[in-house]
Design a protein around this ligand. Structure first.
Ligand SMILES: *Cc1c(COP(=O)(O)O)cnc(C)c1O
Length: 388
């Protein structure tokens, strides 16, 4: 369902998504598989729509974080393989198998739990073994003194009769960081990953899909691409890696000017008196606030793009509104569109101003904000999750 109300909306350009996918495909070559990370509603872009495009384009795999996310894709016609990266309670194994979901397995006790459930059902669960090579999050411990024990635990897990260990993977912690130390750390993680795989192979088990390349590694470490790459952010076109590869941002966040007033010198704008006008000031009110995903920490620290250039936010960002300074922009009027981030106004700048990363900002665009999808240059779908 969709409302025609033009308040604040996100334009999702699926043509740009296609462009990014094709560029990345060219980069990795035909023999390497492509997994598109669509967790967290495809970083706020709309998992169903993004997954549909990736499926059409011939991507090989998708990844999500929860069984609910996987199910959302399965109930909307996504048939390609899906890797569930996060935690799934063992009592859900039946649902994993029923929906053809591949589960990440991050330690031997999980492997044993999944094995027991799958055995009860008399079926096999497809899994990918996750190794902790230095991210210090999920995964079989295998660094340093844990190496021999880790390899044995992996071997016992992959040989469980009701698990089909199709793949093995690890996650880089510093592959998108600059500098020699980050490079050394990433290479060390990769070498440990390969060493564990070789040790497991020597004990007679070979994985069909080895993967570790996230955005930073797809951009900076070709030697890590192996059998499959696993980018998220790069696909959506943000961050310095995407810029360096000439990729295009997929989302634009837009709003309109609802009201314009002129205030005298010495007037407080918004809550808390954090901004006082120093001259006669033309202020526009925008119907976007922190509930929509415009972080309150951007108060007095970020500008929006109007038809006459950038206009700074004045005073505190409220829950549903904020104010911008339109002084010296006589051509900007009530009803005009304003770009929060998008063409000519990069999300990366907004992330810098908020002292965060682009990931957090697209994920934060809330369910109140309708998504308007573009394909072949035209609106192909509009979705308002609040009325679903
Ligand atoms: C989120 C995630 C990715 C994608 O990361 P990007 O930095 O967006 O490329 C890849 N692998 C795992 C395990 C993840 O959790």
């Amino acid at each position: 369902m969709y409302t025609d109300l033009k308040r604040t909306w996100a334009e999702i350009n699926l043509d740009n998504l296609e462009y990014n996918y094709r560029r990345l495909r060219e980069r990795i070559g035909d023999s390497c598989r492509f997994l598109g990370v669509v967790k967290a509603d495809a970083y706020g872009h709309g998992a169903v729509q993004v997954a549909s495009v990736l499926q059409q384009l011939g991507a090989d795999y998708l990844a999500v974080s929860s069984l609910d996310e996987a199910r959302e894709l399965r109930t909307t016609g996504i048939t390609m393989p899906i890797l569930l990266l996060g935690h799934t309670p063992a009592d859900q194994v039946g649902h994993l198998i029923e929906n053809y979901i591949t589960q990440a397995v991050s330690c031997e006790s999980k492997a044993l739990e999944y094995e027991a459930e799958a055995a009860k059902l008399g079926q096999k669960l497809r899994v990918h073994i996750k190794l902790d090579t230095g991210m210090s999050r999920l995964g079989f411990l295998c660094a340093d003194g844990h190496f021999a024990g880790g390899v044995e635990a992996v071997c016992r897990s992959v040989n469980l009769p009701h698990l089909d260990a199709e793949g093995v993977f690890t996650h880089f912690a510093l592959s998108d960081c600059a500098g020699e130390e980050a490079r050394q750390y990433t290479i060390k993680q990769f070498e440990l990953f390969m060493k564990v795989i070789r040790a497991v192979e020597e004990k007679g088990f070979a994985f069909r899909i080895r993967h570790c390349a996230n955005t930073g590694a797809v951009a900076n470490y070709p030697e890590t691409w192996l059998d499959m790459v696993r980018p998220g952010l790069l696909l959506y076109g943000y961050g310095p890696e995407a810029a360096a590869l000439g990729l295009k941002p997929v989302m634009q966040l837009k709003t309109v000017i609802s009201t314009i007033k002129v205030y005298d010198e010495g007037t407080y704008i918004s809550y808390g008196g954090t901004w006082k006008t120093t001259e006669r000031t033309r202020i526009g009110v925008l119907p976007i606030g922190y509930e929509d995903g415009l972080f309150r920490c951007l108060s007095n620290r970020y500008s929006m793009l109007t038809t006459e250039g950038t206009a700074p936010i004045r005073g505190r960002i409220c829950m549903d509104m904020c104010m911008i300074d339109l002084s010296g922009k006589p051509g900007v009027d009530v009803g005009d569109e304003v770009i929060v981030f998008g063409e000519g106004h990069p999300l990366d700048d907004m992330a810098d101003a908020a002292d965060t990363i682009p990931y957090e900002l697209t994920c934060a665009v809330s369910k109140r904000v309708p998504r308007v999808f573009y394909r072949n240059g035209r609106v192909c779908e509009q979705e308002l999750r609040i009325l679903r």
